[in-house]
Design a protein around this ligand. Structure first.
Ligand code: LRH
Length: 481
């Protein structure tokens, strides 16, 4: 058939959406069926996700999509990475999934690295060390009653898919973020699982993007495995021509890197904490996690601000503040947990002898400048460590709307920035489904060519003569480099 209407469920840490995409060889059009907020729920000392509410919202979105498009052919589900639910032998959920920003993993990374060795871990998994990788979350929970009863671990999109269909599966792009896959074979590393002391029974057979993943029981709608890791979908929808591009998938996190055919496992790559995550079509997403708009979102929460108008107001104010005043290393783990973000930024500025911002606009400028600087550093390192030349930086996701961040990223990188699409993740999700349905054909470059028809992209030229100031800024924040 020449056309298909598919639903893309995309769950982010701050919000979820059910989108409907009409895909044909002439292009994709996207409409929102349902959108809802997401966030942590603290129960006593532990931060959770409200998994049943997410399920309810997804179902509500699918019902709305079906009502408007009775010809809906398929649905694909993606979400943020690393988090999971444990199921017992009857398939019942053993406790609410824990949020990756929870403190239960404090110190676990160091203990596991001391036991297994950082070189061996990197050589086996190719993954960056982040305290919340599933490996560390599972290790922190290894002696719990839930773990004793657990028969299966399902990552968030697979858990929702299981509840919709009754079929349990594990999709590989998201599985690659657990730090439990072998980077070469893209199968579970039974060696690592054994050495980490985790029960092998938790890790089920893997499915690939495009595989069939059951049928939504309530409405007879087929589920197609996509890149169930949101970043894998977002990278599919980077509207680049050729391969000489870097991307910033910019939302709660900025995922900054390049797309490669093979992993980079060098000592320098490990030292720079770059990751080799599994992309669609066997590609490698060679990138680093940059703390992202989380720093601004969490500051806004402290200021009692939340909506789009508030963001616009802050950014307008920030644009009038002096450039490259106070700068922080946004990737400092001190900024990872929820809590008073402006206080942490102020403390970091004071500790490094810089003026402490005095207004929300001042803090916002500090955050956006610091984020642009982190983008520069990650883009350059990705290019150097992989040997991939980069001619342009693509910013996709919600951050593509942030004109100040886009311009400063262009200036900082000394490269043109192409911003958009904002809904890259949903578009990548939909394209993988449409290809599995036989509506569109080819590899990622074909899907990207199709996507470029009709997307509103915005280009930013780097300001000339900006390099010296950004170079100096980098030396200030990272004196050792
Ligand atoms: C972005 C993302 C990212 C992960 C993080 C936990 O939403 O999936 O790729 O590192 O969430």
């Amino acid at each position: 058939s020449r056309r298909a209407v598919v639903a893309a469920v995309d769950l982010g840490a701050a919000s979820g959406r059910v989108m409907v995409a009409d895909v044909s060889p002439d292009g994709v059009s996207l409409a929102q069926a349902h959108r809802f907020d997401n966030g942590p729920v603290r129960l006593l000392d532990t931060l959770h996700w409200d998994a049943l509410r997410l399920y309810t919202e997804v179902l509500a979105g699918l019902r709305a999509a079906m009502a408007r498009h009775p010809d809906l052919a398929s649905v694909g589900i993606d979400s943020w990475a690393v988090d999971y639910g444990l199921l017992d032998r009857d398939g019942a959920l053993l406790g609410n999934p824990v949020h990756y920003r929870d403190a239960r993993t404090d110190g676990v990374l160091d203990a596991v690295v001391a036991k297994l060795g950082a070189e061996w871990l990197y050589g086996t998994t190719g993954l960056q060390l982040l305290p919340f990788n599933t490996l560390f979350q599972l290790t922190s929970a290894v002696d719990t009653p839930a773990m004793a009863a657990a028969e299966r671990m399902l990552l968030i999109p697979d858990l929702l898919s299981y509840w919709l269909t009754g079929v349990a599966g594990t999709e590989v792009t998201n599985a690659s973020t657990t730090q439990l896959l072998d980077v070469r074979t893209r199968e579970w590393s039974s060696d690592l699982i054994a050495r980490a002391g985790l029960p092998a029974r938790l890790f089920g057979e893997l499915r690939r993007p495009g595989d069939s993943a059951g049928v939504v029981r309530e409405m007879g709608l087929p589920v197609t495995a996509v890149g169930s890791h949101d970043t894998a979908c977002a990278v599919v929808a980077v509207p680049a021509e050729g391969e000489r591009f870097a991307y910033v998938s910019c939302g709660t996190w900025s995922l900054v890197g390049v797309e490669l055919p093979e992993p980079v496992l060098s000592a320098a790559s490990r030292a720079a904490n770059f990751t080799n995550e599994a992309g669609v079509d066997g590609t490698v997403r060679y990138l680093r996690n940059v703390m992202g708009l989380w720093v601004l979102q969490e500051s806004m929460r402290a200021w009692g601000l939340s909506d789009a108008a508030d963001v616009t107001g802050l950014l307008t104010g920030a644009a009038r503040e002096p450039a490259l005043g106070a700068l922080v290393d946004v990737d400092d783990p001190v900024f990872l947990p929820p809590g008073d973000m402006p206080a942490r930024i102020a403390a970091a500025c004071a500790a490094s002898g810089q003026p402490v911002p005095r207004s929300p606009a001042g803090f916002t400028r500090c955050i956006v400048d610091s984020l642009a600087l982190a983008h520069r550093r990650a883009v350059r390192q990705a290019s150097q460590l992989s040997g991939r030349d980069v001619d342009a930086v693509h910013i996709v996701g919600g951050g593509a709307r942030n004109t100040l961040l886009c311009q400063l990223t262009a200036d900082a990188c000394g490269l043109p920035v192409v911003a958009g699409p904002v809904e890259a993740t949903a578009l990548g999700n939909a394209l993988v489904q449409a290809r599995a349905l036989g509506v569109v054909h080819g590899g990622l470059s074909d899907l990207r060519a199709l996507l470029r028809r009709g997307q509103q992209l915005r280009s930013y030229r780097p300001a000339s003569g900006a390099e010296a100031a950004w170079q100096a800024a980098e030396t200030r924040v990272h004196p050792s480099r």
